[in-house]
Design a protein around this ligand. Structure first.
Ligand code: ZN
Length: 407
């Protein structure tokens, strides 16, 4: 369908805006009686209706006083995987130990087996449903990690599915190669050899096909050491790829500071992060991504050091961590509620965590995350009276309309 430039002007008016602009000077960057003007999918004006420039011929949408926020950004997910782990969840609640579950083929091994066995079509179909759940609550950009394939062909397959979701659905998809998620069974006791594979043939194949926007590592006692993490980051940097880390979730190995020394976009989880790590992140501009879904599902008690992050000015993002083992969560609104109830974020911090700061965690802060001229016109329009409602209510979806690139 051909559209002339004048036809592609769209205007949303009679709206209340939570622009989430960093320097707005009001909570949420709020503007009463606001207008958003988009041309060819990009915002050309977001501000008071009285200040709006003439926009010529355009489609005008009366928002009847509804709130408009930036489209939500889920900056940490593992959306593409085979099978599920509901059976394991049930076994554990019937009293089975982790050992018994592992012996019965459970744990990450089961997700790897199911992911390797699945076709691209099957992986696409199951991930598509989870993506639809995110989009139904206003998500316009999502990050998707690999990490359940753990061999070259399967990691390529998972990332190709993630790219296809971005092509075929009206949502932005950023991909991260997480080959260093776990040591696969065939490399048991030889994690160094596995890291050779990750840094060599796997990364070569993925970089050559341009399947990843960033490279991620799970740095933890049960996963990879800081030394192994540094090897992966060095290889990623040599390919010109950004880096991210799963760090300080179960113990403090100094992973966040290590990642900061590589200029990482983000360090994620961070329950056991210390002040030295916080300072290193602040210096490097590395975003702290907190994941209350995993904290909740694992019934953890150690919370990330939110107050220290605030004191040192580290931007805090919030994400679902949607994955089959530790966070089967595909609700950004519930994630915001958990960020507030479990980690004591304010509702404004929670919304910033799924808009402005999430964009930064993906290196997309010039592109998305706030309602400002020059950015993509990704909007969520809500049937609410005040923005705090987004984090306040549980199990209720007030989304009225979701707009991606002005459509
Ligand atoms: Zn994760």
């Amino acid at each position: 369908m051909a559209t002339t430039p004048s036809n592609s002007n769209r205007v949303w008016t009679n709206a209340r805006l939570a622009t989430m602009a960093a320097d707005a000077g009001t909570p949420y960057g709020a503007i009463e009686d606001g207008t958003v003007i988009a041309r060819d999918g990009r915002i050309v004006f977001a501000g008071k209706r009285a200040d709006a420039p003439a926009f010529g011929q355009a489609e005008v949408i009366d928002c009847e006083g509804r709130w408009i926020t930036p489209g939500l950004i889920d900056c940490h997910t593992h959306l593409v995987y085979g099978g599920d782990r509901a059976n394991e969840f049930e076994l554990r609640l019937k009293g089975a130990s982790y050992e018994e579950i592992a012996r019965a083929g459970g744990g990450i091994v089961s997700s790897v087996k199911a992911t390797r066995a699945a076709t691209e079509g099957q992986l696409f179909a199951s991930a598509d449903k989870r993506l639809a759940a995110l989009m139904a609550e206003g998500v316009t950009t999502v990050e998707i990690k690999s990490g359940y394939g753990l061999d070259t062909d399967s990691e390529v397959k998972v990332l190709a599915v993630a790219r296809r979701l971005g092509r075929e659905r009206p949502v932005g998809v950023q991909t991260s190669f997480l080959g260093a998620h776990a040591v696969p069974a065939e490399f048991k006791g030889r994690s160094g050899d596995y890291i050779d594979l990750v840094c060599g043939p796997m990364l070569d194949a993925i970089a050559e096909q341009k399947l990843a926007d960033a490279v991620d590592v799970f740095c933890e006692g049960i996963a990879f050491s800081p030394e192994e993490t540094a090897r992966v980051f060095t290889a990623a940097k040599a390919k010109g790829l950004a880096v991210k880390i799963h760090a300080e979730q179960l113990s403090n190995l100094g992973g966040a500071a290590l990642a900061a020394s590589f200029g990482a976009l983000s360090a994620d989880h961070l329950e056991h992060l210390d002040e030295a790590g916080v300072i290193a992140m602040a210096k490097a501009g590395t975003v702290a991504v907190v994941l209350p879904g995993a904290f909740y599902f694992l019934r953890e008690t150690q919370k990330p050091p939110i107050e220290l992050l605030r004191q040192h000015g580290v931007p805090i993002a919030l994400a679902t961590d949607a994955n089959p083992g530790t966070s089967p969560l595909t609700s950004p609104l519930l994630t915001m509620n958990m960020g507030c109830t479990l980690f004591r974020l304010t509702p404004e911090e929670a919304l910033a965590g799924m808009t402005r700061n999430a964009a930064r965690a993906l290196g997309l802060q010039d592109e998305i995350g706030t309602l400002e001229a020059g950015k993509a016109c990704d909007l969520a329009i809500w049937e609410i009276e005040r923005p705090a409602e987004l984090a306040y209510r549980i199990g209720f979806n007030p989304l009225h309309t979701r707009i991606r690139n002005g459509q």
